[in-house]
Design a binder for this molecule. Structure first.
Ligand SMILES: *Cc1c(COP(=O)(O)O)cnc(C)c1O
Length: 379
């Protein structure tokens, strides 16, 4: 295999990362909830207009916190799109819930809201929409159904930071939302995440769960005179060194997002006609959505072509990847009684999907190489 010329992903510094990490060390506060963690919280709260943002060690952990906060227990059901990352479901299964996998829409690959109401039972406790590729789900219908049945919504917004649905930021619709700052996401600190809380009554308990089940946050604010064990919990707060790195990335919000927008638009403009001619489906962005420019994917005509295409690009030094396998067909999914045919759209698109190189250091020269290779591919 030739050397990789164009990476699929490359985590890069974009501003003051090193300087801020040095400051964190200079502050003699490198554990959690130091000065940079507070800056990250304030940034997310003011930019998005959420009531409370709490940095976590990962999006996975933010999802686990949300399941604890909602008192998910054995026998509860959680509705989850079949086409998502394992953590979206695992966080709830860890607490004993039974996953109910909902198929996705063939156009946006988001949870199919037209099938949502039929999946609800008296045991349904939570709906977890995932804004795939940072393109918002149909939040009006989802929130309407959830509210009518009195079911909490947790948005898995790992892809969708700064995306909008009908002018409102993704992550601000549900009771809670979760963000990821893993190195593959738009903004990163290697491993990291955040829990966004839109229902103020959940905030105090969230702080306790994140601090090992203690009321330490209240203690530091002088609201109680000693801190002690008050609830279940774990250690979900990241080091302030990571928050320092992340804050430097947040400061470059405009630069990062406009660069990613250019990447997305260049792929789209260059591949539109080629895609139409060859039966390839490009991402669909509904009119009410402003996407977060997290990725550029294509749906190839079938699995055989998709596999040949990935290998073909690899032979030209270009690294492209497929994405999620249908959760209902995984070992765990089958253990919950699912079988082939239960989510036909996910089964189909999972075989067809390929993601093109997309990261904060991708140049237009890199993109030209990718586009040239793609348009020379023999179907
Ligand atoms: C990346 C991702 C996660 C997990 O994020 P971590 O921060 O790595 O735990 C969860 N859900 C979705 C949809 C993701 O893409």
């Amino acid at each position: 295999m030739p050397e990789i010329r164009v990476d699929f992903n490359r985590p890069v510094t974009v501003g003051n990362e090193f300087e801020y990490m040095q400051q964190a060390i200079g502050n003699a506060h490198i554990s959690g909830d130091g000065a940079f963690t507070k800056k990250c919280h304030a940034f997310l709260e003011s930019q998005l207009g959420v009531k409370k943002a709490l940095l976590t060690t990962s999006c996975t952990h933010a999802l686990e916190m949300s399941a604890i906060l909602l008192d998910i227990k054995s026998g509860d059901e959680v509705i989850i799109p079949d086409f998502t990352f394992v953590s979206t479901v695992n966080a709830f299964v860890l607490r004993g819930a039974k996953p109910v996998f909902l198929d996705v829409r063939p156009d946006t690959l988001n949870l199919d809201e037209s099938k949502l109401e039929a999946a609800i039972t008296p045991r349904t406790k939570t709906i977890v929409p995932v804004h795939y590729a940072g393109v918002g789900c149909e939040m009006d219908s989802i929130m309407d159904i959830a509210n009518r049945h009195n079911i909490a919504v947790v948005e898995d917004n790992a892809h969708g930071l700064f995306g909008k649905y009908k002018g409102k930021y993704l992550g601000t619709f549900g009771a809670m939302a979760t963000q990821s700052f893993h190195e593959t996401k738009n903004f990163s600190c290697g491993e990291g995440g955040a829990l966004l809380i839109n229902q103020p009554m959940l905030t105090e308990r969230a702080e306790i769960i994140r601090e090992k089940g203690t009321n330490r946050s209240r203690f530091f604010r002088g609201q109680v005179d000693k801190y002690t064990w008050v609830d279940i919990g774990s250690s979900y707060l990241p080091s302030d060194m990571l928050a320092a790195y992340l804050y430097a990335q947040f400061e470059q919000r405009e630069k990062i997002q406009s660069h990613r927008k250019n990447i997305w638009e260049m792929y789209h403009a260059a591949l539109k006609d080629w895609a139409q001619k060859n039966g390839v489906q490009l991402p669909y962005i509904p009119e009410e959505d402003e996407q977060a420019y997290h990725m550029f994917y294509m749906l190839m005509p079938n699995l055989e072509i998709r596999q040949r295409f990935i290998l073909y690009l690899r032979e030209r030094g270009i690294y492209s990847v497929f994405h999620y396998l249908p959760l209902h067909l995984s070992d765990m999914g089958q253990g919950f009684g699912y079988q082939a045919g239960d989510c036909p759209v996910t089964e189909k698109i999972s075989d067809q999907l390929v993601r093109l190189p997309f990261h904060n250091a991708l140049t237009s020269n890199d993109q030209e190489q990718v586009i040239d290779a793609i348009t020379e591919f023999k179907f």
